[in-house]
Write a protein that binds this ligand. Structure first.
Ligand SMILES: Nc1ncnc2c1ncn2[C@@H]1O[C@H](COP(=O)(O)OP(=O)(O)OP(=O)(O)O)[C@@H](O)[C@H]1O
Ligand SMILES: [Mg+2]
Length: 349
């Protein structure tokens, strides 16, 4: 079956605790407030954010907190369903509607009656399907393929989007009227690099969860590893963090974890800014420069097989000066030398 996982209930106990989901950043506090206000309504919600930022977790939480919590939770990963099947998967069909329609089949929209319909990666939906869903949002009606009469459904729609839907409307691949309907309320999830304040708590949570799952007692991470993680830009967001911590729990190799961050460091960019508190431009620039130097040094160290002499030569600074900088930026080169490279375990998320 082309459909992605669809379950019929969401147990709030299967979700991370609220404190872990929302953490301490101002952006997430705003998201939490929105969620509380709208949980019991049928207002459609659009959750936007980079990959791995927790869009599905948030959608599940919204369902679990709503008065539909005992109703069905129906997830549809839009791009995973072939174009030719999506209409029948979503809206169902009547017996004899087409060759092979031997029996009547209810679609996902209908199955989400009195529950929540979660359309993941909604940007991938065909325009004609968007039009049919718009109808559902307008008056709750839809038609099974081959039906003579329309049906009425009472469902709450939550959509998740990775990319920029507004831009898609300008390009013509997303209907403007549908866009306005689905984003009655928009929740923007920040990338992990913009909520580094929450890193320690998330790390503790994953250490504990995976420790329990694998029956090991992982060692807490050192301050050095913590710093490396705070400086890292997390392109895969919380999912990537979880995978790294899972690997660490299994392997117990902190050096491998840190070297993994170095080896996958993307190009240097904007420094980490904690938007939850006021910042001093001078302080942040100083810290960013230090971070930048540290990242460059780490990269060059790695490229030179962790030889400090070669690194100093390559960077055109004296050996003494490099040692000083390593000390200043709290890089302990020999201790971060990877013994073996442990990649995140494939297929674990
Ligand atoms: N706040 C959080 N606390 C704990 N775990 C989280 C949190 N947010 C996300 N996760 C974990 O990170 C992983 C990715 O989360 P989720 O699937 O909700 O992200 P997503 O935004 O839907 O990602 P994608 O765009 O790739 O589908 C999951 O394993 C989830 O359990
Ligand atoms: Mg998702």
């Amino acid at each position: 079956m082309a459909l992605s996982r669809a379950s019929w209930s969401v147990n709030v106990h299967d979700l991370p605790p609220m404190d872990v989901i929302f953490g301490r950043s101002a952006v997430m506090a705003a998201a939490r407030e929105k969620l509380d206000r709208i949980a019991d309504t049928t207002v459609p919600v659009l959750v936007q954010g980079e990959s791995g930022t927790g869009k599905e977790i948030l959608a599940r939480l919204l369902h679990a907190q709503s008065n539909r919590a005992h109703g069905s939770w129906v997830k549809v990963t839009c791009p995973a369903i072939p174009h030719s099947l999506i209409e029948s998967e979503l809206f169902g069909y009547e017996k004899g509607a087409f060759t092979g329609a031997y029996a009547t089949k209810r679609g996902r929209v209908e199955l989400a009656h009195m529950g929540t319909l979660f359309l993941d990666e909604v940007g991938g939906l065909d325009l004609s399907i968007q039009a049919k869903l718009l109808q559902v949002l307008q008056d709750g009606t839809f038609m099974r393929i081959g039906a003579q009469e329309s049906r009425v459904v009472n469902t709450r729609l939550i959509c998740a989007a990775l990319g920029n839907l507004r831009q898609q409307t300008e390009e013509g691949s997303f209907r403007l009227d549908f866009f306005y309907r689905i984003n009655a309320v928009t929740i923007d999830l920040p990338p992990l690099r913009e909520r580094v304040i929450d890193l320690p708590m998330l790390i503790d949570y994953f250490l504990e969860e995976h420790g329990k799952a694998y029956r090991v007692d992982p060692k807490p991470l050192s301050r050095e590893a913590m710093r490396a993680m705070q400086r890292y830009s997390w392109p895969g967001n919380i999912r990537q963090l979880e995978n790294l911590i899972r690997t660490y729990v299994l392997m117990g190799d902190e050096e491998a974890l840190v070297s993994e961050l170095v080896s996958v460091s993307p190009p240097l960019g904007l420094p980490q800014i904690d938007l939850a508190n006021p910042v001093s431009l001078k302080e942040i620039t100083k810290a960013a420069t230090r971070g930048l130097e540290r990242d460059i040094i780490l990269k060059v160290l790695q490229a030179n097989g962790w030889s400090r002499r070669k690194t100093a030569k390559w960077l055109n600074i004296s050996y003494r000066s490099l040692l000083y900088k390593l000390q200043e930026t709290e890089v302990n080169a020999p201790s971060i030398r990877p013994r073996k490279s442990v990649r995140s375990i494939p297929g674990t998320n």
